[in-house]
Design a protein around this ligand. Structure first.
Ligand SMILES: [Zn+2]
Length: 390
């Protein structure tokens, strides 16, 4: 089964827009309520018996089960009867808010993400319609349950043989968007490992290093965009809170955030295409295995950007018929690519890899990329190629 996500602009009228915004607000409240419920339960289980707080204590009976997704979803039905605000929202859309919270808790447990936070006004910016009985896109319109039909700009056609599975409606600074998740049951043969190979490694200074010696710099335009962002945020501070001018300044900031996001994505796509030129296999580090061991904040941000780049890279590789695989990231920067000796941890300032055993010398990140490539080739059953490397 093949799944694609295509994003299109949509144009709801004033009534539809108000209704979608009201739904988002209802979802946000449900999300926050459910988070409060879970937080209280967790807090009630960890307070010490011999040291009560002066202000308050969480008292929840011992036999009360943890409010997991299914309990919270069942609790939603009676609440909806009393609350017209929630009743108006399509039921699956509301359930999605609880699903999102459940996912946030799962990510915290499994991938070392932070504890889920309450969403402030305006921080809940999308709703999901997870199911459709019939095709919601007809001609130039998209038809959403309960909301109705609205124009959609199909700037690229929905590919032949695909059906719309889900729609995510997003409010961005530049307008409204619909993300269509398209699915086709046509099976596409897997890309087989073949041809030349390349390994890539992320560095703190360089955006990435490839095993063929190619280094991609961190793009400069982010620096200027980020300083513009800081300037706008300083201006926002001087405005009276929630005045008309405050909102205008806030909107400018949102526009800029969106532009930074778009620019970064374009840079990722271009870099991924450049890597695919002339190769049949691409290997990268598997970040999910690395997530628990991260420390510094800068590295944290870097990991996030790297993760979205890997997503785009695997998609571009698939599209161009290039084999893509992730390898175990542990110790890639501490192994000599020529003789395989463990060279010990390098300091951040050490930019060059020098092997004490065989004397092999190269750029530190390139060395790590070569190790990634060798591990990838070995995993793909092409170990002989890895030995032939030099
Ligand atoms: Zn060596």
């Amino acid at each position: 089964m093949l799944s694609l996500t295509y994003s299109y602009r949509i144009y709801p009228d004033a009534v539809q827009e108000a209704r979608i915004l009201a739904w988002m607000e209802a979802c946000r409240k449900v999300y926050n309520y459910a988070l409060r419920e879970r937080k209280d339960w967790i807090a009630s289980r960890k307070c010490a018996v011999n040291a009560c707080s002066i202000h308050c204590e969480y008292i929840i009976p011992v036999d009360t089960p943890y409010p997991d997704y299914y309990k919270q979803q069942n609790a939603l039905t009676p609440v909806k009867k009393e609350n017209p605000e929630l009743k108006d929202v399509q039921s699956q859309v509301l359930q999605d808010a609880l699903k999102r919270l459940d996912k946030a808790f799962k990510f915290m447990m499994e991938r070392g993400f932070g504890f889920p936070r309450f969403k402030k006004t305006g921080q809940y910016r999308s709703i999901v319609f997870p199911q459709f009985k019939s095709n919601p896109v007809t001609g130039f319109q998209v038809k959403l349950p309960k909301i109705g039909a609205m124009p959609i700009n199909l700037h690229r056609p929905i590919p032949e043989g695909f059906v719309v599975k889900q729609i995510r409606v997003i409010s961005k600074a530049s307008g409204w968007y619909a993300q269509l998740i398209l699915q086709s049951d046509v099976s596409v043969p897997d890309v087989m490992p073949r041809g030349n190979s390349i390994g890539i490694d992320v560095g703190l200074e360089k955006f990435l290093a490839a095993s063929n010696g190619q280094l991609v710099e961190r793009p400069r335009f982010f620096n200027s965009m980020h300083s513009e962002l800081r300037w706008l945020q300083r201006k926002l501070k001087n405005k009276t809170a929630y005045s008309a001018n405050y909102r205008k300044a806030q909107h400018k900031i949102r526009r800029l955030h969106e532009r930074i996001y778009d620019t970064r994505k374009q840079f990722h796509i271009n870099t991924a295409h450049a890597l695919c030129n002339g190769v049949g296999m691409v290997f990268a580090e598997d970040l999910n295995l690395k997530a628990t061991s991260r420390g510094m904040l800068a590295k944290h941000c870097l990991d996030a950007a790297w993760g979205s780049f890997l997503g785009i890279l695997s998609w571009v590789c698939w599209k161009r018929g290039v084999y893509f695989a992730k390898v175990n990231p542990n110790g890639t920067s501490q192994t000599c690519p020529q003789c395989g000796t463990h060279t010990g941890k390098k300091k951040l300032s050490e930019r060059v890899h020098v092997c004490h055993e065989c004397g092999y010398t190269t750029d530190r990140d390139v060395a790590a990329a070569i190790v990634v490539e060798q591990r990838g080739l070995a995993a793909a059953g092409l170990a002989s190629l890895a030995c032939l490397w030099r």
